[in-house]
Design a protein around this ligand. Structure first.
Ligand code: GLN
Length: 209
């Protein structure tokens, strides 16, 4: 089986997420069935989303890091924002990382970000510092056996979580990975290591193999 993944590509680290979702799909067993010709079928078909009309065809979605102001503005301008809301209303998986988490949140406390209001958290942009303060830390994440090598780059801090939000990981007592329904969101960048367990957690617990 091949899953169709959409990576919001108005801005941000798109190709790394595309590679991670392909690895995660392979690791999960999608695409192993083959065509009978000895060639494995593509495990995940990845679409880059810059315009409306693509999201409805996607099984899973990614909103990557980048600049949340730019990403949210372009999503609204292209009408992709409403399509993403519809995707989540339909119960389909969404992984939102770093700026993506800010965009998916209820409140970014910054008028320049039009949040999607899908994830019941409020965030502080750049709370972990500026680019030079970026760091990597091993994180215990609910659902993963071994610590995850989390890369933080000018990361947002989650400062309020709603009752329906499960905190999957914390760093210095602050939530940095959360789950609500079919949404998984991280303050850090799981696509920047070759560890695809966060992508697997986000997508393949709800999409049957
Ligand atoms: N600080 C950025 C923002 O506010 C997010 C940083 C990132 O995605 N690495 O949009």
């Amino acid at each position: 089986m091949t899953i169709t993944a959409g990576v919001v590509a108005v801005q941000g680290d798109v190709s790394e997420h595309a590679a991670a979702v392909r690895r995660a799909a392979r690791a999960h067993g999608h695409g192993r069935s083959g065509t009978g010709s000895g060639e494995p079928r593509e495990a995940a078909e990845v679409h880059e989303i810059r315009t409306s009309g693509i999201v409805p065809d996607c099984d899973v979605l990614l909103v990557p890091g980048g600049e949340s102001t730019t990403i949210s503005r372009l999503l609204a301008r292209q009408g992709i924002d409403e399509e993403i809301r519809e995707h989540v209303r339909a119960g389909k998986p969404l992984l939102a990382t770093c700026a993506g988490l800010i965009v998916a949140s209820r409140d970014a406390k910054d008028d320049r970000v039009e949040t999607l209001d899908l994830l019941d958290v409020s965030v502080d942009r750049n709370a972990f510092g500026r680019q030079v303060d970026s760091f990597e830390a091993p994180l215990s994440v609910t659902g993963l056996d071994e610590p995850f090598p989390a890369v933080f780059i000018r990361a947002p801090m989650i400062d309020e979580v709603g009752a329906d939000v499960e905190v999957l990981a914390t760093w210095e007592d602050r939530p940095v990975a959360v789950r609500q329904g079919s949404i998984l969101a991280t303050s850090f960048h799981p696509e920047l290591t070759d560890d695809d367990r966060i992508h697997r957690l986000a997508f393949f617990e709800t999409v049957p193999a």
